[in-house]
Design a protein around this ligand. Structure first.
Ligand SMILES: C[S@@+](CC[C@H](N)C(=O)[O-])C[C@H]1O[C@@H](n2cnc3c(N)ncnc32)[C@H](O)[C@@H]1O
Length: 352
């Protein structure tokens, strides 16, 4: 894998070796990278899965996709790159007939490419229009949110998505100084509202995080995608998620824990009424985090947390042993098989 992560000017992939291990990448395997970015993880997956590996790469940002396409040019016959939101994961896989798979990766958040782009408005360090859309075709920008929400809605949003204690003060200052059009204008407003610097982080960090999450509906899309991902995994297929803040990580943790339990009835329920069956197995209960050496080399990796689970064929999920057998990813002679329930879902998708 040496040399694959040597483009720091583009984006240094986080927890690269740990990700390949967590995905249990194998030659001839089939993988989905839901957050292609600059293609660093994708390149490593393709290298580790050769010969015969296949990768479906998805990114909401067309610019990221263009960079990844160039980077993955050597693998052009083994990759399918799609400019889309991972919230539509299942329909993308149905459209391209790309399931079941051996592994699905989410490396959430932004790439350095986006943070360092002078025109996107993601970073408070660069003066730019207050945009923050991953895909320029989305209609709502950060400026729309800042300039149109009521003061109380804005305060709630900054508190909820930024985990910012000074949300109300910031919202009040924003309301007084609207319209706000640029990142640096917003930084000055936040600095007026809250202490200039608290600890190591800049006072605008949390407000920018909140706006980015809201503009791109990040948490809703993550929840939608995780639910779809489980169905697309073959037996023992791996789900790997790298998150960068506690709101994302909480969603991933709760999802993996819930999906790895047979009953999710509230504590104290005398006997199970939910009928829930585990569809995931936690591969490691421990969260995987970057080593001090990685953080030294790439400070942006410091908040990364990797969680991994494997698909589990629950008893009762299939009507018959034959159907369960179809859940195996490689059938006799290496032919890809699909469970009947996914076939039905795909037929419904194609007919719609
Ligand atoms: C941290 S970067 C991925 C970097 C990549 N793993 C690499 O090694 O180069 C995250 C990427 O996910 C994309 N992204 C974030 N949310 C998305 C979503 N809901 N749908 C599709 N792509 C998304 C961003 O545009 C960004 O390019």
């Amino acid at each position: 894998m040496k040399g694959l992560n040597m483009s720091p000017q583009i984006h240094t992939s986080v927890l690269l070796e740990e990700t390949i291990k967590a995905l249990a990448v194998q030659p001839g395997g089939r993988y989905i990278d839901c957050t292609l970015g600059a293609g660093g993880h994708a390149a490593a997956i393709l290298e580790a899965s050769s010969p015969g590996g296949q990768l479906l790469g998805i990114d909401a940002d067309p610019q990221a996709l263009a960079v990844a396409r160039e980077r993955l040019a050597d693998y052009r016959d083994s990759v399918l790159l799609v400019n889309a939101n991972f919230a539509d994961l299942q329909s993308i896989c149905f459209r391209y007939d790309f399931y079941p798979v051996h592994g699905i990766l989410f490396d959430l958040g932004l790439s350095s490419l986006q943070l360092e782009d002078d025109s996107r408005g993601f970073s408070f360090q660069k003066d730019a229009p207050l945009d923050m859309r991953l895909n320029p075709e989305q209609t709502t920008t950060a400026a729309d949110i800042v300039n149109t929400l009521s003061e109380s809605e804005l305060a709630r949003l900054i508190k909820m998505y930024g985990q910012e204690g000074g949300g109300r003060r910031i919202a009040r200052q924003v309301a007084m100084e609207r319209p706000i059009r640029s990142t640096h204008q917003l930084v000055r407003v936040v600095e007026k509202a809250v202490a200039r610097r608290r600890g190591r982080i800049h006072p605008a960090t949390k407000t920018f995080q909140a706006l980015r999450i809201a503009v791109n509906e990040e948490l809703e899309h993550l929840e939608m995608a995780l639910r779809q991902a489980v169905d697309l995994l073959g037996f023992e297929g791996r789900l790997v998620v790298i998150s960068y803040h506690s709101l994302e990580d909480r969603i991933v943790k709760q999802f993996m824990h819930q999906e790895s339990r047979d009953c999710i009835c509230p504590p104290g329920t005398p006997s199970c009424v939910c009928g829930h069956r585990a569809r995931l197995r936690l591969v490691s209960k421990k969260i995987i985090t970057p080593t001090p050496a990685e953080i030294d080399l790439n400070p942006r990796s410091r908040s990364a947390r990797l969680r991994v689970a494997a698909r589990y064929a629950a008893s009762g999920e299939y009507d018959s042993a034959a159907e369960k057998l179809c859940f195996s990813m490689a059938g006799e002679g290496g032919v890809w098989r699909r469970p009947a329930m996914l076939k039905k879902l795909r037929q419904a998708f194609l007919a719609s």
